[in-house]
Design a binder for this molecule. Structure first.
Ligand code: XUL
Ligand code: CO
Length: 438
């Protein structure tokens, strides 16, 4: 049975007026030595695409999905699998990402919840075999349920810590079973509302203990996927421990976990941390921890996690610029952690959302590749930092001088002229590349 009336989305090129076609995403086109499909590694988020029904803090569902009409929860979960794979096939999306709670309904007991997961995982596996669609990453939802009211791994209640560990254990097992290429930790409730009741030291030590157990268990069961941490500064808690890339790196290094984790950068989380998306990717790249990306965007006039489909070409270009400079994705990819607006409640809107995001990143990829090929920023930067290539600058880099020698140098030579940073010129060149790149 088909759940969607829309036919398979095809590449028709930038002149096409067909809203149900790709204008820029041409899966087989080669960009920097790989096909667009291989460079972009698009993934569908199971939660926003197949479990979000349009609720917001002020109102209930607005979306009546054709795959969501059966009253039996397990039957509904199976229909969701079939609808999800039909959608990915029609969208030409090669990967999916999921939380345990997205694929199977929770039961009262953990044992029954796990049994249900196994039943649905078997159906997903069949669909994966039928379609060749793969799992980019799995994760656990240890934030939605009432038991996580004080946190999961950072809960003040040790039995909640134990429950969280059990839930992650199972989620990791099913991610392995599905051939997941990564496993993500987003600490939904790992943060605090007030320091008046919070032992931050114990909570952060416990979070590290939980992650160490995950590392050990991955090794034990032979899960070779990349472990990823997804930073976010706030929402749902006032302060999340995994605030941004820099604080996650400091955390990993403090607890000696830096060899086992990379980062899953989400665009809208960067915005909430008052960083640009490019900043977060850049920090990952220079620290060797660029793992994967949750592709979405926020709204500049709304200060919360709106999870919109990414359509800002500056952001997609500069994101792909950092990703290409990093040598492209290895195990990671671009997961659309994005949802259509509450008022875009028809099934067809899901297609428009994904087409918009995929086209924006395809365009971003091509522009970024051209910028790198032409060494637009590289040549400028090389010249800007040229004073470190010779003379005193080279001595600083080579560690040949200390304060005494530098004082001597400064007294004798003073400083050479500073040169303009040429920001506006570079911004205009960037515009030209975005408009003119073919
Ligand atoms: C929440 C968020 C999550 C994670 C996975 O803001 O981004 O969906 O990506 O738990
Ligand atoms: Co995310």
């Amino acid at each position: 049975m088909a759940y969607f009336k829309v036919e398979k989305i095809q590449f028709e090129g930038p002149k096409s007026k067909n809203p149900l076609a790709f204008k820029y995403y041409n899966p087989d086109e080669i960009v920097m030595g790989k096909t667009m499909k291989e460079q972009l590694r698009f993934a569908m988020s199971y939660w926003h695409t197949f479990t979000y029904m349009g609720t917001d803090p002020f109102g209930g569902n607005t979306m009546a999905r054709s795959w969501d009409q059966t009253s039996d929860a397990m039957e509904r979960a199976k229909e969701r699998v079939y609808a999800a794979f039909e959608f990915m096939e029609k969208m030409q999306i090669p990967f999916f990402c999921f939380h345990d709670a997205d694929i199977a309904p929770r039961a009262d007991s953990l044992a029954e919840t796990n049994r249900r997961l196994d039943e649905i995982v078997a159906v997903i596996k069949e669909e994966m075999n039928r379609t060749g669609i793969k799992c980019l990453w799995g994760t656990t939802n240890a934030f939605g349920d009432e038991k996580f009211v004080h946190g999961a791994g950072t809960s003040c209640n040790a039995t909640v810590f134990a429950y969280t560990a059990a839930q992650i254990k199972k989620a990791m097992e099913i991610t392995k079973e599905l051939g997941g290429q990564n496993y993500v930790f987003w600490g939904g409730r790992e943060g605090y509302e007030t320091l008046l009741n919070t032992d931050t030291e114990l909570e952060m030590d416990n979070l590290a203990r939980l992650l160490q157990m995950a590392v050990d268990y991955a090794k034990e069961i032979g899960f070779t996927g990349q472990l990823l941490i997804e930073p976010k500064p706030k929402e749902p808690t006032k302060h999340q421990y995994d605030f941004d890339t820099a604080s996650v790196l400091a955390f990993l290094r403090k607890y000696n976990l830096q060899d086992y984790f990379k980062i899953n950068v989400e665009a809208n989380h960067a915005t909430l941390a008052a960083h640009t998306f490019q900043h977060e990717l850049n920090q990952c790249r220079i620290n060797g921890v660029l793992g994967s990306v949750d592709a979405n965007m926020g709204d500049p006039v709304l200060g919360w996690d709106t999870d919109q489909f990414p359509t800002n070409l500056y952001d997609t270009t500069l994101a792909m610029y950092e990703i290409l400079l990093d040598g492209g994705f290895k195990k990671g990819g671009l997961n659309f952690d994005a949802k259509v607006r509450r008022a875009s409640f028809e099934d067809e809107d899901l297609f428009y959302g994904y087409i918009a995001g995929m086209d924006a990143f395809a365009r971003g990829l091509k522009v970024a590749a051209k910028l790198i090929e032409d060494r637009v920023f590289e040549d400028f930067k090389e010249q800007r930092y040229a004073s470190y290539k010779e003379g005193i600058g080279k001595d600083i880099i080579d560690g040949k001088v200390g304060f005494k020698e530098l004082e001597e140098y400064a007294i004798k030579n003073g400083i050479s002229h500073n040169r303009s940073g040429r920001q506006e010129m570079l911004e205009n060149i960037l515009n030209q590349y975005i408009i003119e790149t073919r």
